[in-house]
Write a protein that binds this ligand. Sequence first.
Ligand code: AMP
Length: 479
Amino acid sequence: MSFADLGLSDELLRAVGDTGYTEPTPIQASAIPPVLMMRDIIGIAQTGTGKTASFVLPMIDILAHGRSRARMPRSLILEPTRELAAQVAENFTTYGKYHKLSMALLIGGVQMGDQVKALEKGVDVLIATPGRLMDLFGRGKILLTGCSMLVIDEADRMLDMGFIPDIEEICTKLPATRQTLLFSATMPPPIKKLADRFLSNPKTIEVARPASTNVNITQWVVPVKGSSFEKRRVLRQLLAREDVRNAIIFCNRKTTVRELNKSLQQHGLASGEIHGDMDQPARLAELDKFKKGEVTILVASDVAARGLDIKGVSHVFNFDAPWHPDDYVHRIGRTGRAGATGVAYTLAAPDDLENIENIEKLTGQKIARLEALPGADAETDADAVEEERPRRGRERGQRRGARSEAPAEPIAAEPAVAAPRERPRRAARPARDERAERPAAEPRAAAPRQERYRERDEAPDDGGWNGPVPDFLRVTLTV
Ligand code: AMP
């Protein structure tokens, strides 16, 4: 099937053609024709399936005719997070380039003035997070009575974030005759109830969950004996040994995001962070740097990273196994997207094991254990020297070798070392230079490790670890 079979206009087909996408994804193939026929839709699909275009494309054609009026948006898209809202807006820009539709983004964390001005002029598409929309509604700045299309995206995430009462209220303010599209990765009872109440004779479309069926993602659980110090060491080794071009590293807590990013930077890695405590411009700026390849590692919390549309992420690391098994599915969906291959590692300290069990129950898949790190034998006392070096570098107010030699080319893997290594380490390249089609690197067997580590004087943010020498790398590969 091609996009031309879906009933889209020539202008849209041209815009789709410009993106290089040749075939609709299953959710696009199933949803676009009924949406164009003005049906209500329940799309059981998550990010990574191409669901955004499945509503953005037909919306552009539906809204192509007609005029917007001041303060009366013609359509409304509700998104749980600012990042998702911004990505939907990007989709409208990409696919709507041959149309003359106006759009406004109503999200928290950015100045309200410009948003209100755009609304005053009248917009065809309003993309909003529920909180900001309710706020402006309360101030009398918006009328939803001219809104003939409503999209509720990531409904289960809205539920998790406590937005359902807001959404119910918003629904009551739209005309009853509108067209409503609801997307959700899962259909827990409150979402089912919401759909029953606010959708009319909907067509339900379900597409496979990427995590349970996506053969493009190689998944590993990496047992770690405990302590965040050990997790960081394992992580650095994985970042150095694997063919990591770019990576998102998920943590369960915002404090861990901050600490880990700081630690990675101290080790000379080109990393950035994104979490809920950052204001909107800072989050978008960090995301932009990652998209451009200026940083190749993004340390993220779940809410901040929800639905991030980043193509070609080669690796996802779960620094912590997520508390909610659904988040695992969302997290690893950042890699192996839309036909590309990817690798997902979950570091598993004893505290993480229960979460991993729950993930395996949800996905119905046992995740392979990587009982020894690939190339763990290559970690020598030279690394111990390296451990100390960033601290000294910091004291001098500078980064290590590779960074200062080539500042324009961020490198994600470990840079040059003090002593020769057994194998050269590979440097992660910015995403834009690379294709994502390369097969995932197979873990390599590690020889038993004989060297003794000496205790290291870690930076204060490393959690004050002062326990015995870590020996988790000595086990042999059994998978
Ligand atoms: P989404 O599920 O909407 O977050 O989209 C996931 C990713 O797939 C995004 O990077 C889209 O740009 C990309 N994508 C959307 N439609 C297609 C398509 N038909 N073919 C290939 N990639 C697509």
